[in-house]
Design a protein around this ligand. Structure first.
Ligand code: GDP
Length: 189
């Protein structure tokens, strides 16, 4: 499937009608700076749908983008940014827990974005535990594969597979767009 239209709808910080309007929600989660915004832009075929290279931790809202007028990409705040104050970190954590666990929305898919070089961190493990607890299926997108050679990519994928227990781990690069079509196929099979 090709994405032909993508538009920012709103950022929410608590319950909102958009959650329950019946359109499927595809949710993106990941540590700050893994390239989550860049991956969303590549998937949506737009350079500036989501601002990239933002100061980590600056986005605390849950942002909804209407895609092909048919479903939403939902961008959650990046987690695990060390320099946030404990208060700010807790605010982000609570908001994510609320959306993922308490809003009772059944997601079409959750996409956990990693930096393939940095791999799967304890923050990602926490996220996976949360998703499993809430019964949400997820796939892993291992971004920034342009930073590694083929042997290193295979090694990192094996490690990520071992610790994450994910069925689908898709290596890609938002920069070269390699693998982006594989992610689209997976989301819209
Ligand atoms: P976010 O914080 O996860 O939303 O990450 P951004 O999309 O803002 O990207 C964080 C940094 O990683 C920026 O400097 C991007 O230019 C860079 N980046 C994003 N995707 C890639 C990629 O595929 N390859 C490389 N080498 N860098 C990337």
């Amino acid at each position: 499937m090709r994405i032909i239209s993508a538009k920012f709808v709103k950022g929410i910080i608590g319950t909102d009608d958009v959650l329950y309007d019946g359109l499927p929600q595809i949710v993106f989660v990941g540590r700050s700076n893994v390239g989550k915004s860049s991956v969303i832009n590549s998937l949506a075929n737009q350079h500036n749908l989501v601002k990239t290279g933002k100061k980590p931790g600056k986005t605390t809202e849950i942002n909804f983008f209407l895609i092909n007028k048919q479903f939403y990409f939902v961008d959650l705040p990046g987690y695990g940014y060390a320099r946030l104050s404990p208060d700010e970190r807790e605010k982000i954590r609570k908001r994510m827990v609320w959306y993922l666990m308490e809003s009772k929305v059944k997601f079409a898919e959750v996409v956990l974005v990693l930096d393939i070089k940095a791999g799967f961190t304890n923050f990602d493990l926490e996220m996976v535990q949360l998703l499993n607890k809430a019964g949400h299926h997820f796939i892993i997108v291992a971004n920034k594969k342009d930073k590694l050679n083929q042997r290193e990519i295979s090694q990192q994928l094996a490690k990520i597979r071992e610790v994450s227990s994910a069925e689908d781990i898709i290596p890609c690069s938002a920069f070269t767009e390699e693998g982006i079509d594989v992610v689209l196929d997976k989301l819209f099979k």
